[in-house]
Design a protein around this ligand. Structure first.
Ligand code: NAI
Length: 400
């Protein structure tokens, strides 16, 4: 039987997923790209050729993988009918446009995959796809399976590295997608990463890495005098003690939130929620030189060597911090704000998160919190549960 899948997006992630999926046997892979004129450009650029994936391996060798989708379109009425699997491979800010695009054509028992989902994916999915979402299977990966860069738009992409394992959530609801909804997903991904299923959506959400970038930005820039710099500062190696402390404090607040939710609602098993420092030591055990604290672990992780702050160049060759970069514009509305919303519903105070959020929202010209309450006008464009009408922990039951 042919596996018909739609890959949504047109960036790095969508290129990799399209190439990999199309290289498998017995598949019909369709690309849905609703952004600007990308679908048309991609179709023209590719012509009759397959997409080329260069997959790098840790030992320095590489494989070439080729695959050709059956269509690349911006028209969901062509891509969605007949598909059993829809994979979102776009940044979180673009998810809304894809939920809206697929909604009219979606049938029960479809599997919808966020790759990655990012905090708030489930709230948004169940809100936009109201009646149909509980009849579908919703899967959300906690990260992207690869580090990848397009080398030639529409034609070639390089997979720099592939994760061995990757956590995900499976919300099966009332759907009837078969005993193992992950089987077709894993088939398209190949042997790696191996999908590891969390107990429920709150586990990866409260473990999110979205709490890393905003406190680092805070640490470096909250006392900045506004003058352009001669060079771009190091992002991790230049980490301040204050930033590491804030990051750690935000992680503590998420653990407190998890404890409180499990206490009030034991059906939410959140044993998998842990501190960022422990996760970090585990994942980068061979790369970190000094594991004595979160600060030193971040400063001495060779995987982060040379990474710089996102900066904009001025006409005279100097540099200003770029607060429009995804470290702020993705990790705040689709990260920290969602977490703040969950903590608030759980009744847990979050003074450290509030401090970072108050500064971050100012830098991106938004208002999410007012004092310590998540009631600012821009909650309406975030993925906080409050935006979608979730008020109590019982409202989360539908996502179990
Ligand atoms: P990307 O930056 O390549 O995505 C760009 C694409 O997003 C565009 O080509 C377009 O298709 C779409 N897009 C842009 N603006 C849009 C708009 N206004 N409306 C609708 N669509 C729009 O992103 P990439 O690299 O594919 O990453 C996807 C996700 O994976 C992101 O959340 C990213 O943070 C995450 N990620 C990416 C990694 C990588 O190595 N590329 C590594 C780890 C995580």
């Amino acid at each position: 039987e042919t596996l018909t899948a739609v890959i949504c997006g047109g960036g790095n992630a969508a290129h990799v997923m399209t190439g990999l999926a199309s290289s498998r046997e017995n598949v019909d892979i369709r690309v849905l790209d609703v952004f600007s004129d990308e679908a048309e450009r991609w179709t023209k650029t590719l012509g009759a050729d397959p997409l080329l994936l260069t997959v790098n391996h840790p030992d320095g060798t590489h494989d070439e993988v080729r695959g050709k989708p059956s269509m690349i379109t911006n028209d969901a009425s062509k891509a969605v009918p007949g598909a059993s699997l829809i994979i979102f491979a776009v940044p979180a800010f673009a998810h809304e446009s894809y939920f809206e695009a697929i909604k009219p054509y979606l049938k029960p028992n479809t599997t919808i995959v966020g790759m990655p989902g990012q905090p708030g994916f489930e709230f948004q999915c169940f809100s936009i796809l109201k009646d149909i979402a509980p009849e579908c299977c919703v899967v959300a990966f906690e990260g992207l399976p690869w580090a990848a860069r397009i080398s030639e738009f529409g034609r070639a992409v390089t997979v720099l590295s592939t994760k061995d394992f990757l956590g995900c959530v499976v919300i099966k609801g009332k759907s009837n997608v078969g005993p193992d909804p992950m089987k077709p997903v894993q088939y398209l991904l190949g042997p790696h990463p191996v999908a590891q299923i969390y107990h429920n959506f709150l586990e990866p959400t409260l473990n999110t890495k979205s709490i890393m970038h905003p406190p680092i930005m805070y640490g470096t820039w909250h006392e900045w005098d506004g003058q352009p710099l001669d060079s771009k500062p190091l992002f991790y190696q230049g980490l301040t003690a204050e930033a590491a402390e804030l990051m750690s404090g935000m992680s503590d607040e998420l653990i407190a939130t998890a404890r409180e939710i499990s206490r009030k609602k034991p059906e939410f098993n959140l044993d998998g929620v842990g501190h960022l420092f422990d996760w970090f030591k585990l994942i980068y055990k061979d790369e970190i030189k000094d594991k004595s604290s979160l600060l030193t672990a971040l400063q001495t992780n060779s995987a982060f060597n040379g990474l710089l702050h996102p900066m904009k160049e001025t006409p005279d060759g100097k540099f200003l911090p770029d607060f429009t970069y995804r470290y702020m514009t993705e990790d705040v509305p689709f990260g920290v704000v969602v977490l703040k919303g969950i903590s608030e519903i759980a009744g847990v105070a979050t003074p450290v998160t509030d401090k970072v959020l108050a500064w971050s929202q100012k830098m991106i010209g938004k208002e999410y919190i007012v004092g310590d309450k998540l009631c600012g006008k821009d909650v309406a464009t975030s993925r906080a549960p409050q935006r979608y009408g979730y008020k109590t922990l019982d409202d989360f039951d539908i996502l179990l």
